[in-house]
Design a protein around this ligand. Sequence first.
Ligand code: BDP
Length: 676
Amino acid sequence: MKTDPAWLPDQAFRAIGTRRVVVCGGDGPVVRTVVDEVTRACARYGGRVWHGTAGSPDADGADLLLVLTDLDCLPGEAAAVRAEIAPGQPLGKEGYALARPAGATVVVADGPAGLLYGLFHVARLGEAAFDGWRPLEVHRPASARRMLDHWDNIDVHPVMGQVERGYAGGSIFWRAGEPRDLHRVREYGRLLAAIGVNAVAVNNVNVHATEARLLTDRLGDVAAIADVLRPFGIRTHLSVSFASPMVLGGLPTADPLDPRVREWWSSAVADVYATIPDFGGFVVKADSEGQPGPFGYGRTHADGANALAAALSDHGGVVHWRAFVYNHRQDWRDRTTDRARAAYDHFAPLDGQFADNVILQVKYGPIDFQTREPVSPVIAAMPSTSVAVELQVTQEYTGQQRHVCYLGPLWASILRFRPWGPDGRAVASVAGDGGGLVAVSNVGDDPFWTGHPLAQANLYAFGRLAWDPFLDPLDVLDEWISLTFAPCPSVLRSALHEIMDSSWQVYESYTAPLGVGFMVNPGSHYGPGVDGYEYTPWGTYHFADRDGVGVDRTRASGTGYTGQYPAPWRDVYESVASCPDELLLFFHHVPYSHVLRSGLPLIQHIYDTHFDGVTKVVEMRRRWAEIADFVNAARHARVAQLLDEQVRCAQEWRDQINAYFFRKSGIPDARGRHIH
Ligand code: BDP
C-alpha cells in the first residue's frame, strides 16, 4: 500500500483543522494569513474558527487559542500563559510563547509575525500539540534577518540560463521576461513562512541590463511580488547594479561621492518606497567577477556601500553589501596572491566605516561555497560592522541537486564554530547580533520545487537553522521527513535517515579531498575536472605535483592566510600537527606519504575514501529502491533516476581523482584495487 498519497502541505494542518480555533489577533495582512490558514484547515477537516479583536464568550471551550497580547482580549487560558512569561521580556516582533496549561493549546505573540510562526509551530507538532499538558516554551529567532537570495534572471541568460546556478527549472518569479503566475509565488511565500524565512531578494546578484530596470521602470513587477509575499511576513529586496546611475540614470559616472550620483540614488529609492512602502533594501555585488564597483573610481567599499545606505536609511531599508570581492584575473603562477585572503584584505581595514544600515554579507568560507572550507576570517574581523553569513542552499558545488547531499550538518558546523576559541562567541551569535543569515535559494518552477525531491530538506534546514542555529541538524531532518512523508512509517523514516544523514560526508568522500576544493569542471562546476582550474586566472588551485598536494597558506612559508584568524585558530591552522585533517590540504602542501590521524598515508586516504564513497552511494540507491512501496510513485521515480546519475558521477569522480593522484605520485593502492 502506498502510504504517501499526493501530499498537500495542508495535511500538516489536519490536527488543527479538526478543532475549535480562536484567533484573537486584530487585523492586517499577516493576521489575515493566520485566519485564512486555520479557516482553510477547518473547512477541510471539520473544525470551527472564531476571529475577533475583543474578548468573547466564544473563546470558552476552544482547543487552540492564537492570541496577540496587545489586544484587550486574552481569553482565559491565554491570559494565564501571558502572565507566566517573564515580565520585562517581550516576545519581540516575531517571537511567540506556546503552552497547553489545561484543555487548550495556546500561542501568545506580541506581533502578527509571531502569531504566524506560532501557528506553524503547532502545525509542525501535529496531534502532539493537543496532547495532555505542555509547559510554557518561548521561541524567538536567533537572527532578525533570515533571507533567501534568488540568482534569478528575468530573461534566459545565454550562458547561465534563467537561474544562475539553479537546478530546479526556471525561476519561481519570472517567466519569458515577465513576472510569472503569482499563485505559485504565493505558495512559495507560504512555504517560506512555515520555515521562518522573512526576506527575499528576487533577482540575480549579477545584474544584467533587463534586471537592472527592476529598480526603475519595471518596479511595478517587484511591487506585485512584494504584495504577494507581504502577508507571509516577508520583505522583498532587489539586487542592484552599482552602475545604475549610469545605466539607468544616464549619468556619466557612478562615483559614490559624486553629489549627482547620491541624488540619483535618493530619488530612485524614494520612488521605490512610494511604490513598496515596506521594501527591504538592496543586495550588491560590486568589484567582483566583472561587476562594477567603487574601485573604478578610486573609492573604498565603505564609500560605495554608504552611498546606497544613505539613500535607504530614511525609509528603513538596508544594503546587503557582499564581501565576495577578489581578482578573478590573477596570474596563477604568482603564488603570493591567494584568493582566500581577498575578502579580509579588502574589508577588515574598513571595520567601523560602514553606515548602520549596511550589512556586510560574507560567504561562509573564504573561497566559494566549497564542500569543506574553514570559516571565513572576515566574520571575526568586523566587530563594528553588521555581518550576515551567506550559505548556498542551491548545491552549486555539492551535487547540483542531482546528488543527495543534506547540508544541515555542514551549516551547523559553521554556525557553531567559535572563531575566538572555545570560550568565545559562535558564528551564529555574530550573525544573530548583526545581519543574520542569508542563503542562495534552491527553488525553481520544478514540480518538486527543488529538482531533487530530497533537496527540499536543505531549504527546510536553512529556515530552521536560521531561526535556531543550535538545533541538531539531524533532528531538523527528522522533522522534515515527518512533515513531508506523513504519515511516515518507521521503515521509511529509517531508510531516509540512512540515505541522508551523512550524505554531505559521503559527497565529500568521492570529490576533492581534505579541503583542497574545486577540481570541478570549469564553468558548470559539476563533475570532476582534476586540473579544471589549475592553470586559469580564477585563483582556485590545488598545486598537486609529483611530491604532494595542497595550498601552503601558512605565515611561515605560504600565503600568510592563517594570520587572518584570531588565536587560537591562527596557530591551530598554521601547524600541520594541529590542523584538522579535514582541512589539511586547504592550509598545507604535504607529501603523499604524510600520515593522517587515522594512521593512513594521505595517498591511501584518497584512494580509500573514493572507493568507499561510491560503495555508499550504491547502497543509498539500494535503500531507496527498497522503499518504493512507501513513497508516491512520481517522487520515487525522480529520486531513483537521480540516484542512478549520482552513482555514475561518483564513479567518475573516483576514477579520475584516484587515477590523477596515482599518476602524480606513482604510489600504488596498498589494497591492490584497480585504478583506472
Ligand atoms: C560563484 C558562482 C557564480 C556567482 C558567484 C557569486 O559560480 O555564479 O555569481 O559565486 O556568489 O560561486 O557572486
